[in-house]
Design a binder for this molecule. Structure first.
Ligand SMILES: Cc1cc2nc3c(=O)[nH]c(=O)nc-3n(C[C@H](O)[C@H](O)[C@H](O)COP(=O)(O)OP(=O)(O)OC[C@H]3O[C@@H](n4cnc5c(N)ncnc54)[C@H](O)[C@@H]3O)c2cc1C
Length: 193
């Protein structure tokens, strides 16, 4: 599923289509790069990806979206550097409306009844990868529907991800839960469809 030869990983970087990426990245079948396992493990850096794509003749506006996404990874790393273990707790605001500090069973069992979400969780178990938007939906269901504090569900997802990166993980979960943002994120029926 994820190649391990460096030559193939570099070919994967060279196959990035930045315009398609910008247009389709929010969809599960979109032209996402699937480079996160290599970036998070230090096989390649975000700068390597940026330099390689920039050198391939694309105009800056064509690679803007990709740059923004790569920058999120580096930003979360810098927050971790600055705050240290502070990212293990609610960073900007206390998460509100919390009723438990556990992990919803329906998510563990991939049995929420929402087909796309359940398929995403199965994919996570089988491959160690799940699309960004499914990560958002799963975290939204855990924190804002099941009213779990974000930390235990985040650790569950982190355990299963090939790209497990505590900075991107904990801070994204906190973003959904409203602890690292000004409002909570609710996945809507329309988003999931
Ligand atoms: C709840 C939740 C948990 C997450 N946990 C992790 C995690 O443990 N490790 C991790 O690497 N990413 C995490 N992310 C961020 C994002 O989902 C993944 O980086 C992305 O889905 C990886 O797939 P890709 O390489 O195909 O991404 P692409 O869309 O192709 O992006 C290219 C690269 O940019 C970086 N990137 C893209 N989007 C984000 C983002 N939103 N935040 C940070 N970096 C980003 C990644 O390094 C990624 O490989 C999480 C997001 C959410 C909502």
């Amino acid at each position: 599923m994820f190649e391990t030869s460096i030559a193939e990983i570099i070919r994967q970087v060279d196959r990035i289509q930045p315009t398609e990426y910008a247009r389709t990245r929010n969809f599960t079948r979109g032209a996402v790069t699937r480079l996160s396992p290599y970036i998070s493990r230090g096989v390649i850096s975000t700068k390597f990806v940026l330099d390689r794509v920039a050198a391939s003749g694309h105009q800056p506006f064509q690679i803007q979206k990709l740059i923004q996404e790569l920058a999120w990874r580096d930003y979360f790393q810098r927050v971790w550097q600055a705050k240290g273990n502070g990212i293990d707790d609610d960073l900007k605001h206390g998460q509100t409306d919390v009723e438990n500090t556990q992990m919803p069973k329906a998510l563990i069992d991939a049995a929420t009844g929402i087909e796309a979400v359940d398929d995403g969780i199965e994919c996570l178990y089988e491959t160690g990868y799940v699309h960004n938007h499914l990560r958002l939906y799963i975290s939204s269901i855990a924190c804002n529907i099941a009213k779990s504090h974000w930390r235990t569900p985040a650790r569950w997802m982190h355990f299963h991800l090939l790209d497990a990166d505590w900075a991107s993980n904990a801070l994204s979960w906190q973003w959904t839960a409203g602890a690292f943002s000004h409002k909570r994120y609710f996945a809507s029926h329309e988003n999931i469809n």
